[in-house]
Design a protein around this ligand. Structure first.
Ligand SMILES: Cc1cc2nc3c(=O)[nH]c(=O)nc-3n(C[C@H](O)[C@H](O)[C@H](O)COP(=O)(O)OP(=O)(O)OC[C@H]3O[C@@H](n4cnc5c(N)ncnc54)[C@H](O)[C@@H]3O)c2cc1C
Length: 425
């Protein structure tokens, strides 16, 4: 089935109803204008609306259009490059506070699901599977690192133990986490939007911001109207384009693709992933997969730094899935889609302020399902005068990506290097 990255995803096909929101037309004032209705923006909007601020959210397309409505749904622990990179920059104590923030990010999801009764198929359990036997010791080191940080709900599995849980023989062991898992990200995102609206936030869809004019009162402009606000929060992540040139070079959009099979039935689905855990391999270019509530296998990966899209995503992704589960060759792929992940040069999210009242957070580097909501919360905290946690994360330095015409070719070359490294290591 030919499909583009914007083809109907499994998530859209199984989304809970959400009423279309109107377009911004004319001028409005607000305490806070949030740009982008994904996890980052909606989380900030929810916190601030609940605190009594007048919040306006501007979304270029629809709620959940970006990565938040189309990702693998995998709720991960910590930060993408691991704790050591953060320690190298901030020292052990402050890096530990960052880990605690990442732990809170997962609890925030649990709390919000309970508080706002968001129906989004949450399931705990996560397997990090190693493609090479030589990587086994790294699993023990990983566990020790997390044990030392107080996160002990993990277990190293050898090949035989892993094969009890996973219907493939291509991996050589895994680290299993009880404190990470998966959910239906679009339904969670729509639930956040409903909660923010119930708290008083106003969301405008099809309202792309073309420019933000700084000032004590900032002006956020769309083609059809303006929002004047004391604070602006930018939650645009990889979809930001060139609306804010200051931010463009700080992240790089990377495309990731996902397919969802037809429903497999409970028995066949559980023969692939016994306990319905989320699974990812430990390669730099990650394969990630899991089951859905209606027993499909959802399989993602094959990141690409180039903006060239394969002509048929389903056909492009299927061999990758069959390399893990060859017995699925008779199974139909019902959905294929993709989206943009924002990475930073060191794979740690980037956040800060432009002037004193324009806040941004982005570059979750493939681990934003939990973190993005937390960074949104921290921006809301900072606006309310509690900036210490946001400023701690903002102290992490990032090298900008090279600009100009060599930007994409350089990153395509980097990706090729990592593909070869994954194959050889
Ligand atoms: C295919 C894929 C798989 C992924 N899998 C995982 C995973 O399993 N686990 C994990 O932790 N992370 C994963 N991620 C990453 C994760 O989804 C993101 O880090 C997270 O959703 C970022 O949320 P966000 O709100 O910052 O950005 P987004 O959800 O991308 O939202 C940004 C929004 O801003 C809007 N916008 C942009 N510019 C403008 C403008 N000028 N005016 C108005 N609105 C604008 C966009 O339309 C978009 O809706 C994946 C991402 C992709 C694409």
């Amino acid at each position: 089935m030919p499909a583009s990255i914007d083809a109907q995803s499994y998530y859209q096909a199984s989304a809970h109803p959400f009423p279309p929101q109107s377009q911004l037309n004319g001028d409005v004032t607000a305490d806070i204008c949030v740009v982008g209705a994904g996890f980052t923006g909606l989380s900030a909007a929810l916190e601030l609306a609940q605190a009594g601020f007048k919040v306006v959210v501007l979304e270029a397309r629809q709620v959940g259009y970006g990565a938040s409505g189309r990702n693998g749904g995998q709720i991960c622990t910590g930060f993408s490059p691991g704790q050591q990179r953060i320690e190298a920059q901030l020292g052990k104590d402050d890096a530990r506070k960052c880990f605690d923030i990442a732990e809170e990010a997962k609890r925030l999801i649990v709390d919000r699901i309970a508080k706002y009764k968001i129906d989004c198929d949450l399931k705990w359990g996560y397997l990090h599977a190693i493609p090479k036997p030589t990587q086994f010791d790294s699993l023990k080191e990983w566990k020790e690192e997390w044990d030392a940080l107080g996160y002990t709900d993990t277990k190293v599995l050898d090949k035989a133990e892993l094969e009890d849980r996973l219907g493939t023989r291509i991996y050589h062991g895994a680290l299993r986490e009880g404190g990470a898992g998966h959910f239906h990200p679009l339904n969670y995102c729509l639930g956040l939007a409903k909660a923010a609206m119930a708290a008083g936030a106003q969301i405008f869809e099809n309202s792309a911001v073309v420019n933000v004019e700084p000032g004590a009162t900032a002006t956020v402009r769309t083609d059809k109207g303006n929002v004047r606000a004391k604070f602006v929060i930018l939650g645009c992540n990889a979809y930001i384009g060139r609306m804010m040139p200051e931010l463009y070079g700080r992240i790089m959009p990377v495309t990731s693709y996902i397919i969802a099979t037809e429903p497999l039935g409970e028995n066949r689905a559980r023969s692939l992933i016994r306990d319905n855990d989320a699974v990812a391999n430990t390669n730099f270019i990650v394969d990630y997969f899991r089951l859905t509530k209606d027993t499909r296998l959802l399989f993602g990966g094959r990141a690409s730094y180039s903006t060239l899209e394969p002509p048929n995503l389903g056909a492009y992704m299927r061999p990758r899935m069959l390399s893990v589960f060859p017995e699925l060759k008779d199974v139909k792929v019902d959905h294929a889609w993709g989206g943009y992940i924002a990475i930073t040069s060191n794979r740690i999210p980037d956040c800060g302020r432009i002037g004193s009242n324009i806040y941004y957070a982005h570059g979750y580097s493939g681990q934003g399902v939990a973190l993005a909501g937390m960074y949104g919360k921290l921006m809301a905290e900072a606006i309310q005068g509690q900036a210490s946690r946001f400023d701690l994360l903002g102290r992490i330095k990032h090298l900008p990506f090279p600009g100009g015409p060599i930007r994409t070719p350089l990153l395509v070359a980097a990706m090729l290097f990592y593909r070869i490294r994954d194959a050889l290591s």
